[in-house]
Design a protein around this ligand. Structure first.
Ligand SMILES: [Zn+2]
Length: 670
């Protein structure tokens, strides 16, 4: 329960190197927006803060790839993201950006405060430096030969061929991706947060958080059990907040040092006179909504920074969500396997709430969840249209037909009190679910109100008794209009556009959450007739989306054509049909099989990275195609004298190439 005097609610600063997709929305933007709308409707004091995170290496890489400046990259994405959020109705009080001057000043002052307190540990280490580009190289800017699998293009932090985590020093023949030159080692000093020393304080803090979600506590515990290590809070990079101390020329703050301070900056920017109340008064509750990939930064590193500073309150809760998948697969921006918000808004104009509803009912609150277009259609047609929309429209039509759009006067004895006590009941259930960050559950209670209303009409059948008992019908319609008015309030945090639509049909303005359960609509108040709230989504629209998704994914999956070659180049290649006569696994390798292949000319050893797809038994006695004049290569202690031809899609799925008939070994492939 969170019942403090005022609330500061933050939604993760989104990284400004791509547009928003449904995974972001389900991760933190919809939950935070829903929570804040609820608090506002309760009349509580709340500020809702977010923005773009515009520093860090990936932005400099994107800028280089697109031949733009980092500022141009972040300007472009800030606008795209901000426009999508606005149109989608995420109700931030401010959506700021970390490249602003005010943020550079705020985060730089924060660093100085800790620097003056001697919080940081200065550590000098040797790092790769590109002498041509005059800069230190971050891990992703260095490639070289993987010490494990000999892949020539392993990155300084990871080999994507064998999956091993690396440090730049592990690479053989390191090269700078900026200049292509061999980098030199150069000493550099950086400032580290001594997380090992501060671990006990953080443990004490986290141990008091009995109401945190189990997925969040689980991650915290796993970091703490491994033992925290000092982490550099500065980087040798030229894009970011300059480190404001002597001897730090050419260095910027670590992006995860400055980004969370962005919440402070944005609050300051929003309310220059009162921002401190929200950050420094114990009567304020600070809640961070994020996705699971940001948990450690918000539950351990940022609280550590705040503790060391000393002037600030600590996060009260960090209700992080897990990930949302798409059609059963992980969302992937590089493979374009995503539903992009700006595209959705174009393809489904004025259907913000339809998407919101589908995402809320699918929020990955405790485990990963899945979005599918079919499910989106079903939820819209079977729940929004058939239950909620249908009920609201029924009441409007009855009121129009029987009472000429006027809210009828109750003249019979009140025998429907039970309806209102049930409304009161559901309201309390919704409220406690929201305060416990159980938004899926809360959403289902809202739909229950429409079910309750529908049942009331079905049980009382006003259309049958109008002639015999008009007074009873007056009461039924009067009460039904009250239920619809109650729904318009209860659904506001979840479906704000729908709430607005219903209110405009009722001819009422905003009402507070606490008026739920009472008679809201006065007698003789005029409402509008028919209320078309939701529309069915036809199959075609859904099929188009599925097609679009698959198509963009396929296009993305096909490697572009390589440079044109001469026929002579091709004739240099000697490919033969052969037969695998021996096959075994290579010890300590999860990729390689060691094969003996009869090429018709000789029998030779060939190592092939196919063990994920073929076992030794699968491949034994199979006809294969072998490139036989490839220069022999050593792998895992064996010499490979040729290469099997394989088809390889961009997901790394391999398929063995074979002749179509039982042609003899040694046949030439051309
Ligand atoms: Zn490797």
């Amino acid at each position: 329960m969170n019942q403090k005097k005022r609330h500061l609610v933050t939604a993760a600063l989104i990284y400004a190197n791509g547009p928003i997709h449904i995974g972001h929305l389900a991760g933190c933007y919809i939950p935070s927006d829903l929570y804040v709308r609820f608090l506002r409707s309760k009349g509580e004091d709340v500020k809702f803060i977010s923005g773009t995170d515009e520093h860090g290496v990936p932005i400099t890489i994107k800028a280089r790839d697109e031949k733009k400046s980092p500022q141009e990259v972040v300007d472009y994405y800030y606008n795209l993201i901000n426009d999508s959020f606005n149109e989608f109705g995420i109700s931030f009080d401010i959506f700021s950006r970390t490249s602003k001057k005010i943020h550079h000043k705020t985060s730089s002052d924060f660093f100085l405060n800790l620097y003056d307190k001697k919080t940081f540990k200065e550590i000098t280490s040797s790092q790769y430096y590109d002498e041509k580009e005059n800069q230190f190289l971050s891990d992703r800017y260095i490639i070289g030969k993987c010490p494990t699998c000999d892949n020539e293009n392993a990155y300084g932090d990871q080999c994507e061929s064998c999956g091993k985590t690396l440090s730049p020093m592990d690479l053989k023949n390191p090269k700078s991706t900026l200049s292509g030159n061999t980098p030199v080692l150069k000493e550099t000093k950086n400032w580290f947060l001594p997380m090992d020393k501060l671990q006990t304080n953080i443990e004490k803090y986290i141990n008091t958080k009995k109401d945190w979600k189990s997925n969040v506590i689980g991650q915290c515990k796993s970091w703490l059990n491994d033992g925290l290590k000092p982490r550099a809070m500065t980087r040798d990079l030229d894009w970011g907040v300059k480190v404001p101390v002597k001897g730090a020329e050419g260095k910027v703050l670590y992006v995860w040092f400055d980004a969370p301070i962005g919440y402070i900056t944005a609050t300051k920017e929003l309310d220059p006179d009162n921002w401190e109340k929200y950050w420094k008064d114990e009567e304020s509750s600070l809640v961070h909504f994020i996705g699971k990939d940001n948990i450690v930064f918000h539950t351990i590193i940022f609280p550590m920074m705040l503790m060391e500073h000393g002037d600030y309150i600590l996060p009260e809760n960090v209700p992080a969500n897990e990930f949302m998948n798409l059609e059963g697969e992980k969302i992937s921006t590089s493979r374009n396997w995503a539903v992009w918000l700006h595209e959705y808004l174009k393809d489904f104009p004025n259907m913000q709430d339809e998407l919101r509803y589908c995402l809320i009912t699918n929020l990955p609150e405790n485990k990963d969840s899945d979005f599918s277009w079919k499910d989106f259609q079903q939820k819209n047609n079977n729940e929004l249209v058939a239950i909620l929309g249908n009920y609201v429209n029924r009441v409007f039509v009855l009121c129009e037909n029987f009472f000429n759009k006027k809210v009828p006067k109750i003249s019979s004895v009140e025998i429907d009190k039970q309806i209102f006590s049930e409304l009161e009941n559901i309201k309390e259930k919704i409220e406690s679910s929201i305060r416990a960050y159980k938004f899926r559950e809360a959403m289902s209670y809202v739909i229950d109100v429409a079910r309750l209303g529908n049942k009331y009409l079905t049980d009382t059948e006003p259309w049958k008794i109008f002639k015999d008992d008009p007074d009873r019908v007056k009461a039924i319609i009067h009460n039904s209009i009250q239920i619809v008015a109650n729904i318009s309030i209860l659904c506001e945090p979840f479906l704000p556009f729908t709430s607005k639509k219903i209110k405009s049909h009722l001819n009422i303005s905003d009402l507070s959450w606490d008026s739920v359960g009472s008679n809201i609509m006065p007698t003789d108040h005029i409402i509008s007739g028919k209320a078309h709230i939701f529309s069915k989504i036809e199959d075609q629209l859904i099929e188009d989306q599925i097609k679009k998704l698959k198509l963009s994914n396929e296009n993305n999956n096909v490697m572009p054509q390589k440079n044109t070659i001469e026929f002579d180049d091709f004739t240099k290649v000697d490919i033969r049909v052969g037969t695998v006569i021996e096959a075994e696994n290579v010890p300590k390798s999860d990729k390689l099989l060691k094969l003996k292949v009869d090429t018709g000319l000789d029998q030779r050893t060939i190592l092939s990275g196919i063990s994920k797809y073929y076992s030794p038994d699968d491949i034994l006695n199979k006809k294969v195609m072998v490139l036989i004049n490839l220069k022999p290569r050593k792998m895992m202690g064996f010499e490979s004298q040729g290469m099997l031809l394989l088809a390889d899609d961009s997901d790394g799925n391999l398929s063995l190439m074979q002749p179509d008939s039982d042609i003899s070994d040694g046949s030439i492939v051309a």
